[in-house]
Write a protein that binds this ligand. Structure first.
Ligand code: NDP
Length: 482
């Protein structure tokens, strides 16, 4: 992905975001409809959501999709809300209007409604598992499709009861609530079972349910789509039950968002489904996060990995692209830091002058730049076929980017060596060095977070030997897990 030169730009915000299929989904439609645009996946921490949304608005984004865990916070940030968002108390879509207002919408319910057929639900008794954001949308969708009764079972019984109470005035179906431990009493009555918990999602343990108790042979729906065949669906299939996976809902909830961002209504087609299935089945590379304080030898270590044939994404180069002519950060920086953009590109010296010694301004800048650079890394990871890749990130541990990687490698050297190396650089002063160091996590803390450490003060051959040992260790682990 290039974040420069694109037409309309929208985002998807979540934490983490690597699991999101939205970039591929939107990419398919953009290509199919021959539209110039891009959907940027943005890993945004809870505490940064408000400042990132403000920065994206300034950067000219048309809006963002919102995923876990930000749906309720996004709802609160908005100036206006559509009826579906009001009903759900959560937003999965923020539209940035030209008049500066942010509108919260929620398309989860419509996504599920479109992906199920009314005959399956009308007049039926539904067992709904979960009481989170998606379950709210599911109650509204099942109500809309004419369900007679919906029993909400959740790990936290109080949350299920609260949901039933809040949503009862909005749906005709009778709502009741209980704990997941009531499965045995309820299972025999269900015509349809819908899992709207995040149990069974990649990395999460599945629910322990006895499906033999489903005596009415219900249809089993799982809105989790990664993996496509969840443990629940696998078990249901084995019992001879009809199953529906979460991809239909995903595609249908995305269609109105796409229209809001890019102005054209896309179609949900079998071709799109095939493309998403392929994306889900792709094997992911092993990602090494390479970092190190200023003067610690990170760049030299990166060159040694490159010499071993490991592809590298360099976050500094990505930042330069964002700051260059047509780069996605330019407009937002021009707005927030007057005088920092010259001839259509960010003037780094002018920008530094405004942020150095001004923590508030620095935070504002980081809220914009870090998620955009992370988005480039994600795209790089998706587009590579190499089994091992490197993310070279100077502030890996400071920005939470270690969550994107499988192992952290820290380049290090004794403090005295670091000092000598940095002060030998042209234009460097002791004050500048101290200011730069103060922005970074200490070397000791970094090494504590490292899976591997490369000592860079013992000569190139020594460092090369360590790099080779790291790669041999990782390859052996990958072989073990293959
Ligand atoms: P929330 O975090 O709001 O809710 C999570 C729900 O899962 C809660 O009910 C929680 O129970 C329950 N839960 C989590 N872990 C367990 C566990 N180990 N055992 C039992 N229950 C558990 O998430 P969302 O509602 O937003 O999303 C839920 C799932 O739906 C996610 O996997 C998401 O990816 C998927 N989804 C799919 C969509 C699609 O288009 N296909 C659209 C939206 C969501 P408790 O309240 O007790 O914590």
């Amino acid at each position: 992905m290039s974040l420069s030169g694109a037409g309309k730009v929208a985002g998807v915000v979540g934490w983490p975001i690597a699991h999101s299929l939205s970039p591929q989904l939107y990419g398919y439609w953009l290509q199919d409809l021959k539209l110039d645009g891009v959907l940027v996946p943005l890993a945004v921490r809870q505490e940064d959501l408000t400042s990132v949304i403000a920065a994206l608005k300034r950067a000219g984004f048309t809006g963002v999709n919102v995923t876990v865990p930000h749906k309720e916070a996004a709802f609160a940030i908005a100036d206006d809300r559509d009826a579906a968002a009001e009903a759900a108390g959560a937003a999965n879509l923020l539209v940035f209007h030209e008049n500066g207002r942010i509108e919260a919408r929620n398309t989860d319910a419509v996504g599920l409604t479109e992906s199920l057929c009314a005959e399956m639900v009308r007049g039926k008794e539904i067992l709904l598992l979960g009481a989170g954001g998606a379950a709210r949308g599911a109650v509204l969708a099942l109500g809309e499709l004419g369900a007679a009764k919906i029993h909400i079972l959740n790990r936290s019984t109080a949350k299920a009861a609260d949901l039933a109470k809040k949503l009862q005035p909005m749906v005709k179906a009778g709502l009741t609530a209980g704990g997941l431990n009531e499965w045995a009493d309820r299972a025999g009555h269900a015509d349809v079972v819908v899992n709207a918990t995040s149990a069974g999602m990649r990395g999460n343990p599945p629910l322990e349910l006895d499906l033999a108790l489903l005596s009415k042979k219900p249809v089993v729906v799982d809105i989790v789509y990664n993996p496509l065949e969840t443990p629940l669906l696998k078990q249901a299939k084995a019992q001879g039950l009809t199953v529906i996976d979460g991809l239909g809902m995903l595609m249908h909830q995305a269609a109105p968002s796409f229209e809001a961002f890019f102005g054209v209504k896309p179609r949900v087609t079998p071709g799109l489904r095939v493309a998403l299935e392929q994306a889900l089945n792709r094997s992911e590379p092993y990602v090494i996060g390479l970092t190190g304080g200023i003067g610690m030898g990170k760049s030299e270590t990166a060159r040694l990995f490159a010499a071993e044939g490991i592809p590298i994404h360099d976050s500094d180069v990505a930042t330069a692209r964002l700051y260059g002519k047509g780069g996605l950060a330019v407009e937002a920086i021009a707005c927030a830091f007057p005088g920092a953009v010259k001839d259509g590109a960010v003037d780094r010296a002018a920008l530094s002058a405004q942020v150095i010694g001004n923590p508030e301004k620095l935070k504002q800048l980081e809220a914009l730049v870090h998620p955009l650079v992370a988005a480039e890394r994600l795209e790089y990871r998706r587009n590579t076929s190499a089994p091992i890749i490197i993310f070279d990130v100077p502030l890996l541990c400071e920005t939470g980017a270690e969550a994107e990687v499988d192992a952290v490698v820290v380049a290090t050297a004794p403090e005295q060596v670091q000092r000598e190396r940095v002060l030998a650089r042209s234009g460097m002063t002791a004050e500048k060095f101290e200011a730069l160091k103060a922005r970074q996590m200490s070397d000791t803390e970094k090494r504590q977070q490292a899976h591997y450490v490369v000592m860079t003060h013992k000569g190139l051959d020594h460092a090369r030997g360590q790099v080779r040992m790291i790669l041999a260790d990782i390859r052996a682990k990958l072989k073990q897990h293959a």
